[in-house]
Design a protein around this ligand. Structure first.
Ligand code: AMP
Length: 499
């Protein structure tokens, strides 16, 4: 790779915005000053990527993209590439913020290699002719589908994600971005998928998106080499640590030690994230693009106190009849609760399926696809779905069971209000959950406004400051008959008509 490929023009307009202060942000990708994609053009991104951005209707870079892409691309002969530690919320456009610079460089390298090969071939032909010999014939291209020619993948870029769903979403975003790049191959490596299919798909991959466990499995069985990785991205690093991937990260770090750039994205700069960064990065530049406090301005959040589980089910039942619901995710605390809720909702006629970590990956994929295709209206999920699911038609998120960690509340509600739309996040909590609610409020630095539904008020004293009367919510429509309700489930049979 030549130096001129490493160096990258950073336009003044963009360089100006690279200050060290947090950029105010919204959850939704930032609105454009101009809508002609000039922000991306000024970054000097490859024309193939600009075409893909136009197809995707990404008219201007979001705040995190404006700040991270030029820094990630800044690279010259005297200085190694910048390592970046970025705190940025889900929904901020962070995926493209790390994919675009990586894909840009891979593409440039590939084009340079092609040029070099063509030149070497032209020289060889010229030399043969000068010697008065017949021009050599180009060797026939090997059939890429012939298994004898399949070599272990040796990707130039590796993106690590904590969950299979997030990895699949990131891989999908990468495939969208390389649609005009001839020969740049993306592969996704996640647990739960059959090995032969995955190994076949890995063939010739330039960029691999993976969860750590399966990646290391394939590396150990020599189906994949990591010694050519130049770019390592750790997405949702905080979640990665929560899920106990610290040792796997250390191993990947060792296996890719000669890489030129590391980027780490995390919801926060908690001390453990900074310690991880110190271990695997070279004096990273820190970008605080947004904070939980600033995030999710387009998502309305509301809290309903409930007396017990049955009361929560009644509240959920009431809400699910809201005619403004396009699609919804109902979060449960446990896999058992998740299965039970989905089953009870199905019984009374809702189009609902469960999604949690104990289901086979094939089933998880099919269910997620059904949600994306609009064949399922309600996904009942554990926190396995808290990150990575990007379905713009999810209009509502319900927290039936509260998350274990406050950060996950922010990730959960970020499943709605996507692609510039508004969203509604409804949380149900029992009095005994008040500590968790306070923790969430403390984390988001926003009070959760409590509300009541006439006829479904809690009988226990609502734990709120004296004198702050709750505002009543408009009665959701579509309520149907109680007759025939499944005994004890709290859900009424679903009526025929919905808005
Ligand atoms: P992420 O934070 O990467 O999950 O992205 C959130 C959503 O924003 C996804 O639906 C992206 O497709 C979308 N997105 C990312 N960048 C842009 C952009 N520059 N303009 C419009 N939408 C974007």
């Amino acid at each position: 790779m030549t130096d001129d490929l490493n160096s990258h023009p950073v336009s003044e307009a963009i360089a100006d915005s690279l200050d060290d202060h947090p950029t105010p942000s919204t959850t939704e990708p930032k609105a454009a000053k101009a809508s002609d994609g000039s922000g991306f053009v000024a970054m000097g991104l490859a024309p193939e990527l600009l075409s893909a951005l136009r197809d995707l209707n990404f008219t201007q870079p979001t705040a995190v993209q404006v700040r991270a892409i030029p820094l990630a691309l800044q690279d010259n002969a005297d200085k190694p590439a910048n390592d970046l530690l970025v705190s940025s919320q889900t929904g901020s456009g962070k995926t493209a913020a790390f994919l675009l610079p990586v894909l840009h460089t891979l593409l440039q390298q590939q084009q340079q290699q092609e040029k070099d090969e063509n030149k070497a071939w032209a020289d060889k032909v010229a030399q043969a002719v000068a010697r008065g010999e017949e021009a050599p014939k180009k060797p026939r291209r090997k059939n890429p589908t012939d298994t004898r020619h399949v070599k272990p993948a040796n990707p130039g870029a590796l993106i690590l994600c904590p969950t299979r769903e997030l990895a699949q979403q990131v891989a999908k975003d990468a495939i969208d971005l390389v649609r005009h790049c001839k020969g740049l191959r993306i592969a996704c490596v996640v647990g739960g998928m059959p090995y032969p299919v995955q190994i076949a798909r890995l063939h010739n991959a330039d960029l691999v998106v993976a969860t750590p466990g399966r990646l290391l499995d394939l590396q150990r069985s020599k189906q994949l080499h990591l010694n050519k990785v130049q770019f390592l991205v750790v997405d949702e690093a905080d979640r990665m640590l929560d899920l106990g991937f610290a040792e796997d990260l250390a191993e990947v770090h060792k296996l890719t030690e000669s890489r030129r750039q590391t980027m780490m994205f995390s919801a926060t700069f908690a001390p453990r994230i900074q310690q991880l960064a110190a271990r695997i990065m070279r004096t990273p530049q820190r970008l605080q693009v947004d904070s939980p406090q600033e995030a999710h301005v387009n998502i309305k959040q509301v809290l309903f106190w409930a007396d017990n589980q049955h009361h929560k089910r009644k509240l959920l039942d009431h809400w699910l009849r809201d005619t403004t619901i396009d699609q919804a995710i109902v979060f449960a605390s446990t896999q058992i609760e998740c299965d039970a809720l989905a089953e009870d909702l199905q019984q009374v006629g809702f189009s609902a399926v469960a999604l949690h970590g104990a289901l086979s990956q094939g089933l998880r994929n099919r269910r997620l696809q059904a949600l994306r295709d609009g064949r399922v209206q309600i996904l009942v999920a554990t926190d396995v779905a808290a990150r990575g699911i990007d379905v713009p038609s999810i209009s509502h998120v319900f927290n039936f069971g509260l998350p274990m960690k406050q950060e996950d509340y922010v990730h959960r509600i970020g499943r709605t209000g996507r692609a510039g739309r508004d969203g509604l996040a409804v949380t149900f909590a029992e009095w005994r959950d008040r500590r968790k609610i306070l923790d969430i409020e403390h984390f988001t630095q926003q009070p959760l406004r409590a509300d009541m539904i006439p006829g479904l008020e809690p009988t226990q004293r609502a734990p709120r400051a004296p004198g702050s009367e709750p505002k009543r919510f408009g009665k959701p429509g579509g309520g149907k008959s109680f007759a025939g309700a499944k005994r004890g489930s709290g859900f009424k049979p679903r009526g025929p008509a919905r808005g």
